[in-house]
Structure formats: structure tokens, C-alpha cells
Design a protein around this ligand. Structure first.
Ligand code: FPP
Length: 251
């Protein structure tokens, strides 16, 4: 698999003066909202609310840093196991986020893309998401990918199912299956390769997020809880990325 290298940071645009390599595609597992709230004696929803604010700030910062694609893990397929009241709170926050921020995001030239089976959400949420995708489809400045009801194993399983169906109807020979064949069936198809995967809150797991796509990504784990992650935290992460020596299995 060929990975186009991360390109050089435009110093003028970022004001960083670092001259390092800017990742083209950054993904974040936004973890720690509940603990942030708990430490303040607040309900979990307060952490999620603050988490949305952090997400908004980080989207802006990513654009300013010249990151082409930012992928945020907002709701995993495992999150259904949370109490119904928390799921309802998260859905309400998602509704509010789209209603409040869609026009601003559209105006900033951001294209919204969603990975995951969001069609399983309530119909009004699905409509809002579809509207956000359609409204921003022609934008080219940067892409915000929101992972909603996403699970990587399911994504890969679905890809395998489609490939098997192509083989069964004689459209594809097993000998012709390559990593590109699989990649073409993933929901991230067409996006630049994942360069940097960040997880907040001190947990050091991928939790079923972008397992295939993370093959050559740099992994960065920070103790910062997601609601405290800000533009400066992202800049620091990019600076650490720029120091890493990516060898893709070579020397
Ligand atoms: C993890 O905190 C976060 C989530 C379950 C996802 C919620 C994400 C946000 C509210 C930001 C949403 C952003 C967009 C773009 C809609 P946790 O509850 O797992 O925290 P804990 O591990 O401390 O309990």
C-alpha cells in the first residue's frame, strides 16, 4: 500500500514556524467526558456538553493547522450499552450540534462526512445528518469525518461480505484480491491515509476504531481528558507527530 507522505506545514498559515510535517489525516478517540464531569461533581452530560465545545474548537484548529481530514469518534457501536438516558442525551447533543454549527462549518469550507451505521439513529437525527452531508458536499477546504455508530470490525466484515459477493457472481477472482480491494469497500474510501491517531484520557486502546486504517498511523495517547483538549493540545500533538520517524517497515 502506498501512503502519500504527510506534507510540510505551511508556516505562514499556522504561525507555528515549526516547519515540520503536518499530518494530512488525524483521527481522535475523544475519551474522558464522564470522568471530567465526575471530578467536578457534575452529571455525565455536563462532560459531553463540554466535549462538544472541545470538538468545535479542535475542528477550527485543525483547519488552521492545515490538516486536510479530521475524523472524530463521536459514537461507537458499543455505546448502545450505555444507559438509555445517556444515549438520549448524546443524541440531543448531536441534534443541537448540527443545528447550531452546520452553517458555520459550511461557511468555513468544511465538508462533513459520516462513517458508521447512523441510519440506525432516530429518523429526525438521520435527516439532520443527511442534510449536513448534502449541505457541505461541495466544500473542499477540509473534511470533518464524524464516526457515528461506527465499529471497525463490522466495517471490515461488511467489506469482506461485499468482496465475497463479487467473487460469487464471477466479477472478481480471489487471486485478484489485494489490500486496495478491501480498502475500496471501507467507509473511509477516498480519504488520505490516516497519519495520526490520538486518544485522550490516558486509555491506551483502539477500541474498535479504524483498525485497518491505523496500519501505519502514528499513535498518540495523552492523559488530557477530552473536554480539556484544546487548540494548543492539538498543536502539541502535531509537533510530536513531526518528530516521529515514520519508516513504513523500511529502514
Ligand atoms: C467519551 O467520553 C466520549 C463519548 C462517548 C462520545 C461523546 C462525544 C462528544 C460529546 C463529542 C461529540 C462531538 C461531535 C462532533 C458530535 P466517556 O463518556 O467515555 O468518558 P469516560 O470514559 O470518562 O466515562
Amino acid at each position: 500500500m502506498t501512503a502519500k507522505p504527510a506534507r510540510s506545514v505551511n508556516d505562514a498559515a499556522t504561525g507555528t514556524g515549526s516547519g515540520g510535517n503536518c499530518p494530512r489525516h488525524v483521527a481522535i478517540i475523544m475519551d474522558g467526558n464522564g470522568r471530567w464531569a465526575q471530578r467536578r461533581g457534575l452529571p455525565r452530560i455536563a462532560g459531553h456538553r463540554k466535549g462538544i465545545e472541545a470538538a468545535r474548537e479542535v475542528v477550527k484548529a485543525a483547519g488552521a493547522l492545515g490538516i486536510e481530514v479530521l475524523t472524530l469518534y463521536a459514537f461507537s457501536s458499543e455505546n448502545w450499552s450505555r444507559p438509555a438516558s445517556e444515549i438520549a442525551d448524546l443524541m440531543n447533543l448531536l441534534r443541537r450540534f448540527i443545528r447550531k454549527e452546520l452553517e458555520a462549518l459550511a461557511g468555513e469550507g468544511i465538508r462533513i462526512r459520516v462513517i458508521g451505521n447512523y441510519q440506525a439513529f432516530e429518523s429526525d437525527v438521520v435527516e439532520l445528518i443527511d442534510r449536513a452531508i448534502a449541505r457541505t458536499a461541495d466544500n473542499r477546504k477540509a473534511t470533518l469525518v464524524v464516526a457515528l455508530n461506527y465499529g471497525s470490525q463490522f466495517e471490515i466484515t461488511e467489506a469482506v461480505r461485499k468482496i465475497a459477493a463479487d467473487v460469487q457472481r464471477g466479477a472478481l477472482s480471489p487471486d485478484d484480491i489485494t489490500d486496495q480491494t478491501v480498502e475500496a469497500q471501507l467507509s473511509t474510501h477516498g480519504l488520505p491515509p490516516l497519519d495520526l491517531l490520538i486518544r485522550t484520557s490516558g486509555e491506551k486502546r483502539l477500541s474498535n476504531f479504524l483498525l485497518w486504517q491505523a496500519a501505519y498511523a502514528e499513535l498518540l495517547f495523552t492523559d488530557t481528558l477530552w473536554p480539556d483538549f484544546d487548540a494548543d493540545s492539538l498543536k502539541q500533538a502535531i509537533e510530536e507527530f513531526a518528530q516521529r520517524d515514520r519508516r513504513y517497515g523500511g529502514l
